[in-house]
Ligand binder design. Structure first.
Ligand code: HPA
Ligand code: ZN
Length: 342
């Protein structure tokens, strides 16, 4: 069995993807037409050609602008369903989805349209394909903490249907400490909490996310490599990192995939996972990320299987479901080893 097929059939969880970053160009143009939203590009080719970024802010400018095509509950339903269908095809058994409500309410879209559209599509995907998913709203770190608290309250009608809360957006100059009270409240309400940290920001931001925000999981977290004591602490605690290698390459967080810290961190015993972040912008879904990493870092089947196991260890899912998913990984590895290897 070729490694590409091994990845294709490997059961996995995806834990770091933004719904707004998964709108494929075809859907983007269709939504713009449907809603009468003027966009700068007229064809799928023009749109794809525009996806070149020097850094995170460069990308975020285009990403927030792209959100304008999302207007109705049906739009949110369609893009969420598109992603979950694509993830199911990559043998993602469980996905945890980021959504940035402030990017929509600030444009005048009712929060109910956003939430009902997304949550309805998640239910449809579970019923039709058997893929489970959870929703994690992320607040934008360039906005004030006060605004994040307003968002927490505005989401109150849906609290029972959410997994947790997160923090995303422009990292440098917006340290985790800015959101200490927001995270305290989320935790007090019983939510899981995660934060983007150490993507463009320093190792100190990763430490802050752990010590001050007390996150259950770190999104990216790459910068921990600059602090050996932090790497040792992460190996010890098994607090997971949701790495996004193709995203890091596109946003020039790393110069090449061969230089990505994924393998070093995996070998150091950290619970690292591989994810797509914003698949339509960064040129790959989760399996593309697994394959590109194997090619650049020579992970081998054992490494790839470990990443899949880590994804279920790191998922916010019931233990019975976790055990079943881990058994499915073992099953696939055993099945693959009985077939011819090239
Ligand atoms: N980093 C921060 N915020 C984001 C990202 C990212 O990679 N993708 C979407 N929002
Ligand atoms: Zn992200």
């Amino acid at each position: 069995m070729h490694v590409s097929d091994f990845v294709a059939g490997l059961p996995k969880a995806e834990l770091h993807m933004h719904i707004e970053g998964s709108i494929e160009p075809e859907r983007f143009i269709e939504l713009a037409r449907r809603n009468g939203v003027a966009i700068r590009w007229q064809s799928v080719e023009e749109l794809r050609a525009a996806y070149h970024f020097e850094n995170l802010q460069d990308f975020l400018d285009l990403y927030y602008d792209g959100c304008r095509v999302l207007q109705t509950a049906q739009d949110f339903h369609d893009v969420t369903r598109d992603y979950l269908r694509r993830a199911h095809a990559d043998r993602v058994l469980h996905a945890e989805l980021f959504l940035g409500p402030q990017g929509h309410t600030s444009r005048g879209v009712p929060i109910a349209s956003v939430m009902e559209g997304v949550l309805g599509a998640m239910e449809a995907a579970r019923d039709e394909d058997g893929i489970t998913s959870g929703l994690i709203p992320v607040v934008q770190r360039h906005r004030s903490e006060e605004e994040s608290l307003v968002m927490l309250d505005a989401l109150q009608p849906w609290h029972g249907r959410l997994l947790g809360f997160g923090l995303g957006g422009a990292e440098v100059g917006n340290p985790p400490a800015k959101f200490a009270e927001f995270f305290r409240r989320c935790r007090a309400l019983g939510f899981k909490v995660v934060a983007h940290a150490g993507e463009e920001g320093p190792a100190a931001y990763v430490r802050e996310a752990l010590d001050l925000l007390r996150v259950d999981r770190l999104d990216h977290g790459n910068a921990c490599v600059d602090d050996p004591a932090l790497v040792a602490a992460l190996a010890d605690s098994r607090i997971p990192l949701t790495l996004c290698p193709l995203s890091n390459l596109k946003l020039q967080v790393v110069d090449s995939l061969a230089a990505h810290p994924l393998k070093r961190l995996l070998q150091a015993g950290l619970c690292v996972t591989v994810n797509s972040d914003d698949p339509s912008y960064f040129g790959g879904y989760v399996n593309d990320n697994y394959r590109a990493c194997d090619e650049a870092l020579d992970l081998g089947r054992e490494g790839l299987a470990q990443l899949a196991r880590n994804s279920f260890e790191a998922a916010f899912m019931p233990d019975a479901q976790r055990r079943a998913a881990l058994a499915a990984v073992d099953d696939w590895v055993a099945r693959a080893s009985r077939r011819a290897v090239h």
